[in-house]
Design a binder for this molecule. Structure first.
Ligand SMILES: Nc1ncnc2c1ncn2[C@@H]1O[C@H](COP(=O)(O)OP(=O)(O)O)[C@@H](O)[C@H]1O
Ligand SMILES: [Mg+2]
Length: 218
């Protein structure tokens, strides 16, 4: 269980979803995990740290307000401002920005748990190096911080899916047992301003997200 950030009023858990590569499922994972946390009855804040504002655009196309708060903050001040912002929430999820070293470093510095989504492809594996480096630097002065890879968009029991597990092992960070597979429900939910948790609460995609949440809670 990760160390909790005590913000004065509530004890908040700050989870940062970070990878310097675009398209590896950061926003999908962030929004769906936030929805799953909210469905547990938690008060959840999602920080959109990406200047492309995907999570904010997602919130804007919704017909009903999200079940969690969405705030845009794409500046390297997260580690300074988050303790105050997090004070009213049980869980904070940071949807990280690709190709932004300073924002990623700030997000990692503020987090209790760092999740690094990687698709089973060489491009994602190579691009994770910098994120892993940032996490290891952060560990050296925040020893209680936890970090793990989450394999995203797996396609069945392919050689690629097995290879990524073996390749990631070399980074000496844990790999979550649970991940996401390639499912149209994730893309449909994102485009429709919803989440798989709301759209199909008993669907396979929702179960994938709930299993990831259960694993990180434990
Ligand atoms: N498990 C998945 N199955 C199918 N499509 C996915 C999955 N995860 C992400 N996507 C799609 O891939 C694209 C990139 O995902 P996104 O979460 O925006 O990545 P990032 O935030 O890392 O750039 C989006 O169109 C999203 O709908
Ligand atoms: Mg994104």
């Amino acid at each position: 269980m990760c160390e909790l950030t005590f913000t004065g009023e509530r004890i908040s858990v700050i989870t940062a979803v970070i990878n310097q590569k675009g398209g590896c499922s950061k926003t999908t994972l962030s929004l769906n995990l936030a929805a799953a946390m909210a469905a547990e009855g938690k008060k959840v804040l999602l920080i959109d740290a990406d200047p492309q504002q995907t999570a904010q655009d997602w919130a804007a196309v919704r017909t009903t307000p999200p079940t969690f708060q969405v705030i845009g903050l794409s500046k390297p001040v997260l580690h300074r401002d988050l303790p105050r912002l997090a004070a009213d929430y049980d869980d904070v999820v940071i949807d990280g920005a690709p190709r932004n070293y300073e924002v990623a470093r700030s997000a990692i510095a503020s987090a209790d748990l760092v999740l690094i989504p990687v698709q089973p492809s060489g491009a994602d594996f190579w691009a994770s190096r910098e994120t892993v480096q940032l996490v290891k630097e952060s560990h050296s002065f925040k020893g209680t911080q936890k970090a793990a890879f989450v394999v995203s968009r797996k396609i069945g029991r392919t050689v690629l899916s097995r290879n990524i597990q073996e390749a990631l092992a070399g980074f000496e960070l844990p790999i979550l047992k649970n991940g996401t597979t390639q499912r149209v429900a994730y893309a449909e939910a994102l485009t429709g301003g919803t989440t798989v948790i709301e759209m199909q609460p008993y669907g396979e995609a929702a179960f994938e997200i709930k299993r990831i949440l259960k694993e990180i809670r434990a």
